[in-house]
Design a protein around this ligand. Structure first.
Ligand code: CP
Ligand code: NVA
Length: 313
């Protein structure tokens, strides 16, 4: 049984398989396909808000012939003191897999350890691997158009810039996934937002050589980049730091002037939700370089491929 808690839970060969399946599912959407989750029920449990992840997984399970079971964490005995171990063991008797969005990453690890069904990370405070996989798939569609078998290799050697909160879950996913795929990740954020000990330890555990750089100079990070990325400056759970973050991150706003330093062919990406006028200008969000809605759409296709890959036979 396999889980997807972090980018490195799939080998490069498996990533290529998932990308090829996602491309096929995308092309074949609405046409009859093999229902990979037929007779299965998958739990989707959220401890945090979500628009894209919630809906794309719910629709994805349904389109694969399965039944999505939406679980608001607040409604479970888990939030009244029932142990993770008992919850995971009980839910494993009903469900064929679970998709979980939570605060502490350890909860995902504990669910995977105690249960007997595949667990998918739908965002934790540490990582957002479904988003990362989708982002690079979306770029690969452009780097190797019409050739899903070349998607993984089309990413190798690229330079991606990541601006703003360079210590957040999304940045961590770029640091880890970038190292696995051989992508240069140029981070630019304020002092104090350098990559954490936790993500460095993860790279080490996975035996990966880091491929990131960190600078406080946004221009340096963006220069020559194939893609410029940003995420909200105030991640879920960080609301108490809002005022301080909005001020300290101001120099890292992605503007037209900053985009001009990247390659002329560079794309702008954002996992969304965006806050126009904060981490990115409304102009860049709406510019032809912005591929944010293709990126959001691809969550559905890539996650369907991932679910089909993980689904018990
Ligand atoms: N990008 C993303 O995960 O969006 P949601 O928080 O809306 O799911
Ligand atoms: N870093 C953001 C990502 C939202 C998809 C957060 O955790 O809120």
């Amino acid at each position: 049984m396999r889980h997807f808690l972090k980018e490195t839970d799939l080998s490069l060969v498996e990533t290529a398989q998932v990308f090829a399946a996602a491309a096929a599912l995308k092309a074949g959407r609405g046409k009859a396909t093999t229902p990979a989750l037929a007779q299965q029920s998958w739990g989707l449990m959220f401890f945090k808000k979500s628009t894209r992840t919630r809906v794309s997984f719910q629709v994805g399970v349904h389109e694969l012939g399965g039944q999505p079971v939406m679980l608001n964490a607040e409604d479970l005995q888990l939030t009244r003191g029932e142990t993770v171990e008992d919850t995971a063991r009980v839910l494993s008797r009903y469900l064929h897999g679970m998709v979980i969005r939570c605060h502490e990453h350890q909860l995902l690890v504990d669910f995977a350890r105690c249960g007997s069904m595949p667990i998918v990370n739908a965002l934790s405070d540490f990582l957002h691997p479904c988003q990362f996989m989708t982002d690079v798939f979306t770029l690969a569609e452009r780097f190797a158009p019409g050739h899903p078998e070349k998607y993984v290799e089309s990413l190798r050697g690229r330079k991606f810039a990541f601006l703003g909160d360079t210590a957040c879950n999304m940045a961590n996913s770029y640091i880890l996934g970038g190292a696995a795929l051989g992508i240069e990740i140029a981070l630019a954020g304020p002092a104090g937002f350098e990559p954490t000990a936790e993500i460095k330890a993860q790279l080490q555990r996975d035996g990966l050589k880091p491929t990131y750089t960190f600078t406080t100079d946004p221009a340096e990070a963006v220069r020559g980049a194939d893609m410029v990325y940003t995420d909200v400056w105030v991640s879920m759970g960080m609301e108490a730091e809002k005022a301080a973050r909005l001020q300290i991150m101001q120099p890292y706003q992605v503007s037209r002037a900053l985009m001009a330093l990247a390659k002329p062919s560079a794309y702008f990406m954002h996992c969304l939700p965006a806050h126009p006028g904060e981490e990115v200008t409304a102009e860049v969000l709406a510019s032809p370089q912005s591929i944010i809605f293709d990126q959001a759409e691809n969550r559905l296709h890539v996650q369907k491929a991932l679910l089909a890959f993980l689904a018990p036979a």
